[in-house]
Design a protein around this ligand. Structure first.
Ligand code: SF4
Length: 415
């Protein structure tokens, strides 16, 4: 049934009311307090259960559970192997544009940052994709800032259409759109949509997003439901850790995932766990999450959601990633560039700065990304921490006794 929220008409697509309405009823603060006071005994009981409630999950995020980390890790590892086998899937992000009309205080692409910007032509997108295919990738994440003038639904559908014959699995991480706009992208061959809420804390969200369409918290929160209605069969969600209390964020992500698993049940749900990295603008994280807490969170998500894919990007350093692969992570990026044209140097001649939506000639920018060889000088979204090539990461996965998987499925059965 249509309803009005923040001057937008929002449709309720699922059997239950939208998660926008449900989030208000999730007792996040009470559960976060529970995470501070829960006993070790209660945590151990949760560890024996095969199905966990949100309250059990809160217990797994506690300091008491942190002391049982080895136990948590063993259970998480065993459960992951049972449900997914000893495999880790690889994907590559393909940044097609770093134009953006939003101010997100923590992001290098934020509109007021005087960075060097670029939107790749479709043939350049194809060139970048072919370079990634040569490295072995068959699973792509097409990424762009939010700028309807440069990155329209038609542009993205065109990109996906030409990539689809080369890549059986294409997902997008782009500005939220209307259902009908998503439909044309699904029709072109995309199967997944990733949208991080960034923070589920409304006040922090408001402070972090002062300008641009992204200010609308509800519109963003309802994006996975619109994506599902449009036909995407993989839905990725997550919070950006470093903006609000990590336990509260994780509880909201878990509530969101529970909702999607109940209501958008034909789709596969994945959860990403990005922590803030240095970027243009030099924003400093507002909250801290230690490496050990990240490990604990991966295990807690795995125990709560045995069948949900857990995603780890190159934001994390190599050593930590190597330790996390066997514990519950099922999908990783590798050999990544976060600047458009980063894999081949495509589009170098079109690099510019953008002032109020108008292209102006590029001046000097301290945020250029000069990379040896052939990369462009467009600015990346954030600094990569794991700089190993995809091949090196794949070999490491093999050494750990796992199989690196470059693609999930073929368009047709092979005999
Ligand atoms: S996080 Fe996304 S919307 Fe915000 S500035 Fe960066 S690219 Fe734009």
């Amino acid at each position: 049934m249509p309803r009005q929220l923040n001057n937008r008409t929002i449709l309720c697509y699922c059997a239950e009311m939208s998660f926008v309405a449900q989030l208000a009823g999730v007792p996040v603060a009470e559960l976060a307090r529970h995470a501070q006071t829960v006993s070790s005994e209660r945590v151990r009981k949760s560890l024996l259960q095969s199905q966990l409630s949100l309250r059990d999950f809160a217990g797994l995020l506690s300091a008491a559970a942190g002391e049982e980390l080895e136990k948590l890790a063993r259970r998480s590892q065993a459960l992951t192997q049972k449900r997914f086998g000893k495999v880790v899937r690889l994907f590559a992000p393909l940044y097609v544009s770093n134009e953006c009309i939003n101010t997100c205080r923590y992001c290098g692409f934020s509109r007021e940052n005087p960075i060097l910007r670029l939107t790749l032509e479709r043939n350049e997108v194809l060139g970048e994709a072919q370079a990634l295919r040569k490295k072995g990738f068959r699973n792509l994440l097409v990424v762009a800032g939010e700028h309807p003038k440069f990155v329209s639904p038609g542009y993205l559908a065109g990109c996906v259409g030409q990539l689809h014959p080369l890549f059986p699995s294409i997902s997008l991480e782009v500005g939220p759109m209307e259902t009908e706009e998503y439909r044309q992208i699904v029709k072109a061959g995309a199967e997944g949509l990733v949208v991080y809420q960034e923070t589920y804390d409304r006040r922090t969200y408001e402070q972090m997003h002062p300008v641009g369409p992204k200010r609308d918290f509800d519109w963003r929160l309802e994006t996975p439901e619109r994506a599902y209605t449009a036909g995407f069969r993989r839905i990725g969600i997550g919070a950006l850790y470093g903006l609000a209390d990590w336990r509260s964020e994780a509880l909201s992500v878990a509530a969101h995932a529970e909702y999607l698993l109940r209501n958008c049940w034909k789709a596969q749900v994945t959860i990403s766990l990005p922590r803030l990295r240095p970027c243009a603008g030099e924003f400093q994280p507002l909250t801290h999450m230690t490496d050990r807490e990240l490990v604990q969170l991966v295990c807690a998500f795995r125990l709560m959601f045995p069948d949900v894919g857990l995603v780890l990007s190159t934001r994390e350093p190599a050593k930590l990633r190597d330790g996390l692969f066997p514990l519950g992570i099922t999908l990783i990026s590798a050999g990544s560039h976060t600047e458009p044209g980063g894999y081949t140097g495509a589009g170098k001649e079109n690099i510019h700065q953008t002032v109020r939506g108008r292209i102006v000639e590029a001046g000097a920018s301290e945020w250029a990304t000069p990379i040896n060889g052939h990369a462009t000088n467009a600015t990346g979204q954030f600094n990569i921490a794991d700089e190993r090539s995809a091949d090196e990461v794949a070999k490491l996965i093999q050494r750990l006794g796992y199989e690196p998987v470059w693609k999930d499925w073929d368009a047709a059965l092979t005999t």
